[in-house]
Design a protein. Sequence first.
Length: 116
Amino acid sequence: MHDTIFHKIQRGEIPAQLVYEDAHLFAFRDIAPQAPVHVLFVPKRDYATLNDVPEEDAVVVGRLATAAARYAKAQGFAEDGYRIVMNCNGDGGQTVFQIHLHLLAGAPLGRFGTPG
Ligand code: 5GP
């Protein structure tokens, strides 16, 4: 079974600043924030990368996005705006192999997608 740092956070073996949890997912502050708000949304179901999510489990990914939007509304920055990102494998910059969605907000964000 594959075990990542996020599984350890889920089991409470590593501390994290949890901001949300329900039956399907949990969310906590990124340890190395790339924006004033940087929260990671992680499903409780196990998929190493987005490539491993079958079509019939699309709701798992959808819930990450809608939970991030709910959090943005609850925290009062939804209207100002935010960015959600999922990195996949090497070129995408993925470093933890349990799927997760980044929520970045709190300041105007730079453009993205340039190589390097
Ligand atoms: P990825 O690069 O896989 O898309 O994102 C992994 C994220 O997890 C990175 O932004 C990294 O800072 C964050 N991260 C890695 N280890 C820990 C940890 O132990 N605790 C927390 N809160 N975040 C972590």
